[in-house]
Design a protein around this ligand. Structure first.
Ligand code: UDP
Length: 324
């Protein structure tokens, strides 16, 4: 791979992929409309000869000059709060955006990797989730805009593979965390860390008995890199198998931060999956991949990042107050 396009390249995962592909000696085109992505995530790459930022919506016609060896399609709102606030954009980027990105891959003869999601399994009746499980998704619920867009994206990707012969890869990403997540994206980890660091109540939805399994971002990026370079066309789960209840996760964040925050129980959002844990036998077998970073280590690094962000935000607020 020499020249790589990453859609959603200024987002949490996209920006880590930009770093990884540059480190592998590729030149990277980062495309983002900055709806949920941020220039802060790629600031350190600006000005490099091997890096280009294109401010562009992937659902519009894409014109990218020159050759492309790979396209990694990561553009999409990706947290429950984001897709509740941006339902139409979420549907459009998963459907029209995937169509445009696949069309570009076909025109350039580039390999295409789709960022899909464990949300394709919905509120799963098979546990842990294996790739051959078709899922239990409510198409008309609030999460349907994300889940169905990604399911459509997978179908479209397979159609371009079968009908046009595009070399395609599909990753199903399970809950992932790390630096560059947005503090206010509403996901459990940034919410809990922000609340713990600021001494606010920790908002646990439902009774907190629902489970998730959290993967550190560097492990995920390694899985993506290996999948892109493999021959595997069908979806592959990448995630961490260490499953825990959200209540235990909240307690872990309190313990790690040494916070005095209390727990505050709120209503469980509609269609919130009751369990989630990837079966990664396929990734182990086909990619020789498994996660390496312990939860405690990953959380400590992420905590440092959020501490810095909160400190920066406070200093900006106090400067603004002084100026006023
Ligand atoms: N959650 C919570 N409090 C919050 C945010 C999320 O208890 O402030 C719960 C949410 O209901 C879900 C889990 O944490 O059961 C993980 O939520 P997240 O938004 O991180 O991702 P999801 O796996 O639901 O897409």
């Amino acid at each position: 791979m020499k020249r790589v396009l990453i859609t959603g390249g200024a987002g949490f995962l996209g920006s880590h992929l930009c770093d990884r592909f540059l480190a592998e000696g590729c030149s990277v085109i980062c495309m983002d409309n900055l709806l949920t992505g941020s220039l802060e995530n790629i600031q350190h790459l600006m000005g490099r000869d091997d890096f280009v930022f294109m401010h562009q919506d992937v659902t519009e016609f894409l014109h990218v000059p020159g050759e492309l060896d790979a396209i990694l399609h990561f553009a999409s709102p990706a947290s429950p709060i984001d897709y509740l606030e941006l339902p139409i954009q979420t549907l459009k980027v998963g459907s029209l955006g995937t169509h445009k990105a696949l069309g570009l891959a076909k025109a350039k003869g580039a390999r295409f990797l789709l960022a899909s999601t464990s949300e394709c399994y919905g509120d799963p009746e098979v546990h842990p989730q294996t790739e051959d499980y078709w899922g239990n998704v409510n198409p008309v619920g609030p999460r349907g805009v994300y889940d169905e867009a990604k399911r459509f994206a997978e179908a479209m990707t397979m159609a371009y593979h079968r009908f046009h012969g595009v070399e395609t890869r599909i990753i199903r990403i399970f809950n992932t965390y790390g630096p560059r997540m947005r503090l206010n994206d509403g996901r459990a980890l940034p919410a809990f860390m922000g609340q713990a660091l600021e001494g606010r109540p920790i908002t646990v939805f439902g009774d907190g008995s629902q489970t998730r399994s959290f993967c550190y971002v560097s492990d995920l990026v390694e899985g993506i890199y290996r999948l892109l370079n493999s021959d595997e066309v069908y979806p592959t789960n990448i995630g961490n198998c260490r499953e825990m209840t959200i209540l235990d996760f909240a307690k872990k964040v309190i313990e790690l931060t040494g916070s005095g925050s209390e727990l505050s129980f709120k209503d469980l959002p509609a269609d919130d999956p009751k369990v989630r844990q990837p079966d990664i036998s396929k990734a182990r077998r086909v990619l020789g991949w498994e996660p390496k970073v312990e939860l405690e280590t990953g959380l400590a690094t992420t905590l440092e990042y959020f501490q810095k962000k909160i400190a920066e935000r406070k200093s900006t607020q106090s400067e603004t107050r002084k100026a006023a």
